[in-house]
Design a protein around this ligand. Structure first.
Ligand code: GAL
Length: 766
């Protein structure tokens, strides 16, 4: 039995042994998940959340003939724990759960649990010791549970594996006789005694069909349930195979941190992240560079997203035996925590981008294999001649520094001979891009990602490619990010997409279209609009100018033959809409070609033949240069003429238009408000909702430079985790709200005051 202890803790900074007996008067009441400090979304110091903190929880317990345990799902970083004055010891939580037996310390009636949490960056605990390009934040940032187990025949460390032939292998600790039942939904499809059974009719878990089964294991005194899947995938030297077919994996890295709350996100936000990642058209997420929350992994199981999980660290490996023993301990704990998840594709058993260390990595590999013999290991490095003790050579390829080169060939990875190869990071610091950056820069970020993916997919031996990274993230001061944020994400800290995010989304099958411009030329150098790029999974887009069709444009399979849905370039300024009296077919063709040249090169790059043609044309038709200037204004640039063109782009799939978008300068604006949920449910913990506020123009296009201030208020049993005053960043911002405990379902409201009024977001809390 599992009881949540996540509500009603007393909390205060500092620690005094006296608090083991009496709660200091300046303690405040908090609930878990909890961050020791709510921070601004940028411009703060990592010192602000480091120190000692006290957490106190009183809870009642009914004495039973059972063993009792406290389970801390996530305590960053280490803690001492006292139950009823008894010192239970010192524990390192970090990114992994800690389970402490408290059978002899717990008593019937009221119990007093006191935690001294130390959030300081201890160089003796990975990921610390060197520098680290991310922040771990601090707090009891995941739930705490009281767990009761029978004294005899407890089912512990349950491990299930379903293979490609329908075999179900069950492992538990000790020699406990068990009966196993497998359910498909509510229907029992298999039962067997002992450790192995076989299901005749079953589906393999894949991202496209994430079929889950439920295993119930019963002993004389105990029962446990777990979801699992049947797996048919493996890596070979020449790539990745799923259900016998070779295919390429497309992924992104994810840091689990959020604005304000650091890592203290409820399971609803964790699940929302999985949904967002899935909507980015990927099928693999690397949880760089540590183990993620259980609810994130469960949602990846449910939605169909492969996960590569990783031991904590960043480039640094200590020679100190204590540090090393802790890394080995983390390796075992990571695999024990993750091994039942069908989404778990490989364990990262090497500190990200660390140097070779034969002895250490031989051990991490051995531990991973011993704890889960079915799942491969991967090691991620940023050099090519590394010793590869893992099954998969993970390579961070940052060779793309322009739109001329995407990825290095897999054959250049000297250390990867005989091993599977996966690009585990690219882009990132090579082209940091803010959501408030120009659309030109955002387009280049998107195209750089597209190029690396194209070249990795073109290489027959890469198993796939994982970009750096899904979301912007907070980092240490020594990474040179002025405001403590690494702007490497294809989405921002608030999970709102940059154009690169739209490019990823276009690789999925959910119909979408995002045009990289508003067709207004002034934001561009020389006031010339570069050829617009459409990120879409349409098979064709049509461009209309003033209601007249210019032309149909298709995915650029010439530049990107290996992408599922290459970007579409609107390559013509003028097409079917060109009607000029008295021109021969040839003249029309020549003039259209000139008008369709790259705008910035139009005058400079005319060939001698074109210049001769223009000379002849002017003589024949008795016109001068202004004839062409007028054509330019009529068909292309309208700036300063007072009659901007109405532009429309329509997207088609199999001949059916699924999106039509108009563009032009902003005239009126409105706000689009999208909460991730409208009902919040207090369960094991409180609940959270993120409310995306976007500013849009009269066409519904996001106003990319929107920076309005918003004043936020709440009514009812909810509390704000965002500041009371926020501003849009590059056209949007998310507001974070949590539920407060309630006795019955109660209405609540978020009020968003803006310059012209107030938007009410109705919510309910149960
Ligand atoms: C890599 C590293 C990541 C991140 C990234 C930035 O070297 O593995 O954690 O720092 O660079 O691009």
């Amino acid at each position: 039995m599992k009881t949540s202890l996540s509500f009603g803790w007393s909390f205060l900074p500092g620690f005094d042994l006296a608090s083991i007996r009496a709660t200091p008067s300046d303690a405040v009441e908090v609930d878990l998940p909890h961050s020791v400090k709510l921070l601004p979304h940028h411009d703060f110091s990592e010192k602000e959340y480091q120190g000692e903190f006290t957490y106190i929880k009183t809870f009642s317990y009914e004495a039973k003939d059972k063993r009792a345990f406290l389970r801390f799902e996530g305590a960053m970083l280490q803690f001492d724990c006292y139950l009823n004055g008894i010192d239970l010891g010192h524990f390192i939580g970090g990114y992994l759960p800690v389970e402490i037996e408290v059978t002899s310390a717990i008593k019937a009636g009221k119990n007093r649990l006191v935690v001294r949490l130390d959030t300081r960056e201890d160089p003796m605990v990975p990921p610390y010791g060197g520098s680290v390009d991310y922040l771990a934040f601090g707090g009891l940032y995941r739930p705490v549970y009281l767990i009761e187990k029978p004294k005899e025949n407890a089912i512990e460390s349950l491990f299930v594996h379903g293979d490609k032939d329908g075999n179900v292998f069950v492992q538990i600790q000790g020699d406990v006789p068990v009966m196993c039942h497998v359910f498909d939904g509510e229907t029992e499809v298999l039962s067997f005694q002992g450790k192995q059974g076989k299901l005749a009719d079953f589906a393999i878990w894949t991202p496209a069909n994430p079929k889950l089964y439920r295993l119930r294991v019963e002993s004389a005194q105990d029962a446990e349930e777990v979801l699992f899947g049947f797996e048919d995938r493996h890596f070979e030297e020449d790539g990745f195979y799923e259900c016998g077919k070779k295919r390429k994996l497309l992924g992104l890295n994810r840091h689990q941190t959020f604005p304000y709350i650091g890592a203290a996100a409820t399971s609803s936000l964790q699940k929302e992240d999985a949904r967002i990642l899935k909507s980015l058209g990927i099928d693999l997420v690397r949880t760089s560079h540590y183990a993620d929350d259980e609810s994130f992994l469960s949602e990846c199981d449910r939605l169909g997203l492969y996960v590569i999980d990783e031991i904590p660290g960043w480039q640094f490996v200590s020679k100190d035996p204590l540090w090393r023993s802790r890394l080995l301990d983390f390796t075992r704990r990571l695999v024990e925590k993750e091994r039942n998840h069908p989404c778990l594709l490989a364990y990262g058993v090497r500190v990200d981008e660390s140097r070779d260390d034969h002895e250490l990595y031989r051990e991490t590999n051995r531990i991973a294999k011993e704890t889960d013999p079915y799942t491969p290991t991967i090691g991620v490095r940023n050099f090519k001649d590394s010793e590869c003790l893992e099954d998969i050579y993970g390579y961070n390829d940052f060779s793309c520094s322009s739109l001329d080169h995407g990825a290095d060939p897999s054959a250049s990875l000297k250390g990867a001979k005989g091993k599977a190869k996966l690009i585990t990071e690219h882009n990132g610091h090579m082209f940091p891009t803010k959501k408030s950056d120009s659309l030109t820069r955002q387009t280049e970020q998107a195209l750089r990602h597209a190029l690396v993916i194209e070249e990795a997919f073109a290489d027959p031996s890469y198993a796939g490619v994982v970009g750096w990274c899904a979301f912007d993230y907070a980092t240490h001061r020594d990474f040179g990010s002025l405001d403590h944020v690494c702007y490497h994400g294809v989405s921002d800290l608030f999970r709102a997409r940059k154009l690169a995010g739209d490019f990823y989304a276009s690789q999925g099958e959910e119909p979408m279209m995002r045009v990289n411009t508003h067709f207004c030329s002034f934001p561009y150098d020389g006031a010339s609009l570069p050829k617009p790029v459409v990120f879409t999974n349409a098979d064709r887009v049509d461009l209309y100018r003033n209601g007249e069709k210019v032309g149909s444009y298709y995915p650029d399979f010439v530049k990107f033959p290996h992408l599922k849905h290459p970007p579409i370039v609107l390559s013509e300024n003028v097409g079917e809409n060109f009607h000029e009296e008295g021109l021969s077919k040839r003249e029309e063709k020549e003039i259209k070609a000139i008008l369709n040249g790259e705008p910035e090169r139009m005058e400079k790059a005319l060939s001698l033949r074109q210049l001769l043609f223009l000379g002849g044309f002017m003589m024949k038709h008795k016109v001068d240069k202004n004839y062409f200037v007028d054509l330019y204004y009529k068909y292309i640039g309208s700036w300063g003429t007072g009659n901007e063109a109405r532009i429309e782009v329509r997207a088609y799939k199999d001949g059916t238009c699924f999106a039509a978008q108009s563009f032009g300068p902003v005239e009126t604006t409105h706000f689009l408000v999208t909460p991730t949920a409208s009902s919040l449910k207090n369960a094991d913990t409180y609940d959270m909702v993120s409310i995306l506020v976007e500013k849009a123009d009269q066409f519904g296009n996001k106003v990319d430079f929107g920076d309005d201030a918003l004043v936020i208020e709440t009514e009812g049993p909810i509390a704000l985790l965002s500041p009371k005053v926020v501003s849009l960043v590059g056209g949007d911002v998310a507001i974070y709200v949590r539920s407060l405990p309630v006795k019955k379902e109660t209405a609540a409201k978020v009020l968003i005051h803006h310059r012209d009024g107030t938007i009410e977001v109705p919510l309910s809390v149960a």
